[in-house]
Design a protein around this ligand. Structure first.
Ligand code: GLN
Length: 543
């Protein structure tokens, strides 16, 4: 079966959960036995989100092959288990750089290079590239219909819809039906306008997914069908749910996957097996206990900055049958010594990834507190580096220990990596090089020390995890750091790069240089998160 393309656009407002909608549709088609791939087309000018602050656009999701991508790819992976690739996220910036590079090479043979057809061709090429036996490719278009930025993308999918014909393309539009309290009604007008907007660029959506906080009365559904020129049964209600992992079940109950299959003339007689999703939702809804984890970070003003992290912590909770309450704390507040009072009563402390000096003394203080009070501590990337600096200062005889990310020092226990090995190749970086796409990115292997806690947690000797960092714990300080109680329990295969440290004198104190949260899934919680939450549960029993 040749790949069928499902294009998902959004209207009315942003933050409608288009990414989760696309991901949940992917999970449903998968549960029906189809092979799926999900892609995101982002209409901004950055080549990738790697150079954007997480408080602007949310977390940067890193793929195995080292692409820095939109956080929606994280939803896709968590819902479908299909590892995203470099070829699954494109931006206006990336498309234009390709087109301009081609123009400079003379590849357009004297033509005037224009948005249509050259930019739209490049977008279409991206959508169809790197697919093999996938039966469905779900492409989400970022932004909201009506934005100037998304026009070339809408034009490209319109053209593609024509080229592929209806048999192989489907347009799904996600909208919002706001509830007006005083009138006691769900309003359909914004949806009508948004569909008109799509029609004005030549796209007639075939299925409407209507986000609403309460059930859509049949009269309203008929009205939407009539005014938007859509079959009545293809106006699907997407009601708010208490957990995102209930979305596939809900969509199925509303007939979303059935309508998609009917549209493509595919059989619908056999119901999909959603038992695994039901099991997760039951666990989320009926936990046997709860734990509180303090997340001490810098980007707490936008929770999307830590999307995969909060999901991975929830997965740890699912694995242990407990609810995980997250206490988001701005690390800067801990620069005041008394602020650690706010950590009293938490069952675990997590210091996540981060960049730059602001708030670091607070993170170091949080690591000290966890060490002294024997509270489970999980340091991820920057959180590991901060724990190492803490150890070096406290008992490693390096009172001025720091990271060269904050300036030059002869006690930089964390230093800039200028050379490392990727596969068979040597990667080289300079201190003043480009910022975009130049970190140590993607999957790297790591060997675990026999007898260590992490070896026991993973249950295997060799692991691979995803990275995104420029600095690394300097192995030359190993003797001082070991003296301070750290065990170098995970190392790169050449033994040069410390990937994991743990403390001997503590019930659960682990720092990892990689981002385990990127690989955690509700159906397959990451071992470190599973174990961290289990330790928090034990800690809760002690107090
Ligand atoms: N700023 C640190 C580095 O570049 C940590 C990065 C991170 O936490 N992802 O190494």
């Amino acid at each position: 079966m040749a790949t069928r393309f499902i294009f998902v656009t959004g209207g009315v407002v942003s933050s409608l959960g288009k990414g989760i909608a696309a991901a949940a549709l992917g999970a449903l088609l998968q549960a029906r036995g189809y092979k799926v791939r999900l892609r995101k087309l982002d209409p901004y000018l950055n080549v990738d989100p790697g150079t954007m602050s997480p408080t602007q656009h949310g977390e940067v999701y890193v793929t195995d092959d080292g692409a820095e991508t939109d956080l929606d790819l994280g939803h896709y992976e968590r819902f479908t288990g299909v590892a995203s690739r470099q070829s699954d996220n494109v931006t206006t910036g990336k498309i234009y750089s390709t087109v301009i590079a081609k123009e400079r090479r003379g590849d357009y043979l004297g033509a005037t290079v224009q948005v249509i057809p050259h930019v739209t061709d490049a977008i279409k090429e991206f959508i169809r590239a790197d697919l093999t036996d996938e039966e469905f490719c779900i492409c989400e278009i970022g932004g909201t219909v009506g934005d100037i930025e998304s026009l070339p993308f809408l034009e490209a999918i319109r053209q593609l819809g024509n080229e592929l014909s209806d048999e192989r393309s489907l347009f799904v539009h996600v909208t919002l039906l706001p509830y007006i309290k005083t009138a006691g009604e769900l309003k359909t007008k914004p949806t009508q306008h948004s569909v008109k907007e799509l029609l004005s660029v030549g796209i007639q959506p075939e299925i409407l997914l209507c986000r609403a906080e309460r059930p859509i009365p049949d009269g309203e559904r008929k009205k939407i069908a009539l005014f938007c020129n859509i079959k009545h049964e293809r106006v699907i209600a997407a009601l708010d749910v208490d957990t995102i992992y209930a979305v596939p079940i809900n969509y199925h109950e509303q007939g979303f996957d059935e309508q998609v299959l009917r549209y493509f003339n595919l059989p619908t007689n056999k119901a999909p097996d959603l038992s695994r999703w039901r099991n997760i939702v039951d666990r989320v809804r009926q936990p046997e206990g709860e734990v509180t984890i303090a997340v001490v970070g810098k980007y707490t003003s936008l929770l999307d900055s830590y999307k995969s992290l909060s999901e991975a912590l929830a997965h740890g909770g699912i694995a242990n049958n407990v609810r995980v309450n997250l206490k988001w704390m701005d690390s800067q507040v801990f620069e005041d010594k008394n602020a650690t009072l706010q950590l009293e009563g938490v069952n675990g402390i997590l210091v996540p990834g981060g960049f730059g000096e602001r708030g670091t003394e607070g993170k170091i203080r949080a690591a000290s507190y966890a060490r002294e009070k024997q509270i489970p501590y999980f340091g991820i990337c920057f959180g590991m580096q901060m724990a190492v600096i803490e150890a070096a200062r406290y008992a490693g005889g390096l009172t001025k220990a720091t990271s060269s990310e904050f300036g030059q020092s002869d006690q930089a226990v964390v230093g800039l990596m200028t050379e490392w090995i990727k596969g068979n190749q040597l990667e080289v970086r300079k201190a003043n090089g480009d910022m975009g796409g130049t970190m140590r990115l993607g999957t790297y292997p790591c060997n675990l020390l026999k007898g260590s806690k992490v070896r026991e947690i993973y249950g295997i000797d060799h692991i691979t995890e995803r990275h995104r960092h420029r600095y690394e714990v300097n192995i030359n300080f190993r003797p001082q750091l070991e003296k301070a109680g750290l065990v170098f329990c995970g190392l790169s295969p050449d033994g040069q790069l410390p990937e994991i440290v743990e403390r001997k004198d503590h019930p659960w104190f682990i720092g990892v240089q990689f981002h385990p949260e990127l690989k955690s899934k509700p159906l397959d919680p990451h071992p470190l998160f599973r174990s961290f939450i289990a330790a928090a549960v034990r800690q809760g029993r002690l107090v």
